[in-house]
Design a protein around this ligand. Structure first.
Ligand SMILES: [Zn+2]
Length: 93
């Protein structure tokens, strides 16, 4: 992502609290490469700080990633429970 896009992205996040990936493109938070829209990508990670605290003490932020980059970073014990790339293992919503 070039410098101008980074600045616009930070401004968009600050003003809206929402990701602007549709407008600026998807960049992977792990490898910093662009993400092509090809199943199962792009994916996002929503991190909520202070998840055990009341909502007014929480903060959240979205990060985009390649699903494979996320899997590469997860511990093997967590990977045993990873179902995002196998729809047959997912619970229906
Ligand atoms: Zn990646």
């Amino acid at each position: 992502m070039n410098k101008l896009k980074q600045l616009l992205y930070m401004l968009w996040l600050k003003l809206t609290g929402k990701p602007a990936a549709e407008e600026l493109g998807f960049m992977c938070c792990f490898c910093n490469e662009s993400i092509t829209s090809l199943d199962p990508d792009p994916s996002d990670i929503n991190v909520i700080a202070n998840i055990d605290k009341p909502k007014d003490q929480q903060a959240d932020q979205y990060f985009y990633c390649h699903l494979q980059c996320l899997k590469n970073k997860l511990h093997k014990n967590t990977l045993e429970h990873f179902v995002l790339d196998d729809p047959s293992k997912q619970k229906s919503r």
